[in-house]
Design a protein. Structure first.
Length: 399
């Protein structure tokens, strides 16, 4: 067991000009590991502050709350010369600057990479775009749009229905994770050279990279994949099935697992049926196989089958809703929820740096950081800030 050490990003100062999801998600992950993140907002605030319902118990947007813990909020109106000068000062004194405006916007205010680097050569400047800075610079980077033009919707949904988006802004989340990786790589390089650099990530490239096997098959064969609903193009049975009461997933990856599945279902003959002997056979006859499996599953509940299949070494699980998914993770000891109690609502030292007195808080719950470090785990210090809550704040002291 490792003794807990200082947060790995303690002393790293992040000037966060981003809003909505990809950028704020990235800076929240950095803040969880000790980075000092000052969120610079317009007088109207991050768009997601106004994306309601749903709201939490204090009436605040749960969308905003989900990606903005551990930060301080400063309102700076770039139309005001003094406020713009303050924004430039924060950028000039930051280790990391992150923004996700359309290309050219930051340059109009003297806050682009070249302008900031001229006065802060050690800066790691992360720019998040929808479609890059070339021919796609003018395109709006909305997650739904990128899922469409990036090919994800073409392989999502039932084969005889309309193309479907994923049920969360997945491309934004993937892009935020790529931004974190790029920032950390650039900081590591700065440790060697003393020089910062520009980190560029785009929603479209993040999605194309995440298509992995679907993209590689397209490049290798010249044939794009088609929508198959919840079935897998190369494996069977690997899909959603209905039991007596609700749906479950069965994910068979080899012949041994298929034989165990057949035994648990009380249909051992399936494993010797010439239509189903090998994975290739099962893929070729997936509809007949589905009918046989669902006929057997109809005899008992999904929970019964999941328990029996898991004990037999066959990957299976109930199709949970989000609340059930969180409870399931908790049952496995994964600690999926980050809890910030009322007494934890203020980070130490803020009052001495021009921050407003911390507001009363009723506590905050959000999904925990997915990265576990044995000696320096994530730390959940402060709830998502109110707009302008820390106006006048400066950087926290470095360790």
């Amino acid at each position: 067991m490792h003794e807990r050490t200082a947060p790995p990003l303690a002393g790293v100062r992040v000037a966060d000009f981003s809003r909505v999801l990809a950028g704020p998600y990235a800076t929240m992950l950095l803040a969880d590991f000790g980075a000092d993140v000052i969120k610079i907002e317009s007088p109207a605030g991050d768009d997601t502050r106004h994306w309601v319902p749903p709201v939490d118990t204090d009436g605040r947007s749960t969308y905003f709350g989900g990606v903005n813990r551990n930060k301080r909020s400063v309102v700076l109106d770039f139309a005001d010369a003094a406020a713009l000068a303050e924004a430039r000062r924060l950028a000039a004194s930051a280790d990391v600057v992150i923004e996700n405006f359309r290309p050219g916007v930051m340059a109009r205010f003297g806050l682009d990479h070249e302008a900031v680097r001229a006065v802060n050569p050690r800066v790691v400047y992360c720019s998040i775009t929808g479609f890059g800075t070339g021919e796609g610079a003018a395109l709006a980077g909305y997650d739904l749009l990128v899922q469409a033009v990036g090919g994800l919707m073409s392989i999502t949904g039932p084969p005889d229905g309309e193309a479907s988006k994923v049920g969360v802004a997945l491309v934004d989340v993937l892009t935020g994770q790529n931004a974190v990786a790029g920032i950390l790589l650039a900081l590591r390089q700065r440790d060697r050279t003393g020089e910062g650099q520009l980190v560029e990530v785009s929603l479209l490239q993040s999605l194309l990279s995440a298509l992995t096997n679907q993209a590689s098959s397209t490049l290798a064969t010249g044939t794009p994949p088609r929508r198959m609903g919840n079935q897998h193009p190369s494996i069977a049975p690997y899909a959603v099935f209905r039991a007596a009461d609700r749906e479950l997933v069965i994910a068979v990856g080899n012949d041994r697992q298929f034989r165990a599945l057949a035994d648990v279902l009380g249909t051992p003959g399936l494993a010797d049926d010439e239509r189903f002997r090998s994975n290739a056979d099962r893929v070729a006859h997936r509809e007949e196989l589905r009918a046989a499996i669902e006929q057997a599953l109809a005899a008992a509940s999904a929970a019964h089958w999941v328990d029996a299949l898991t004990r037999a070494g066959v990957p299976a699980g109930i199709v949970n809703d989000v609340a059930e998914a969180i409870a399931f993770a908790e049952s496995l000891g994964l600690e999926p929820v980050a809890e910030i109690a009322e007494s934890d609502a203020a980070a130490p030292g803020l009052e001495t740096l021009g921050a407003l007195a911390p507001r009363p808080a009723s506590g905050h719950r959000s999904v925990a950081n997915p990265i576990g470090l044995s000696a320096s785990p994530p730390d959940y210090r402060t709830a998502p800030p109110a707009l302008g809550e820390h106006d006048g704040a400066d950087w926290l002291p470095r360790p």
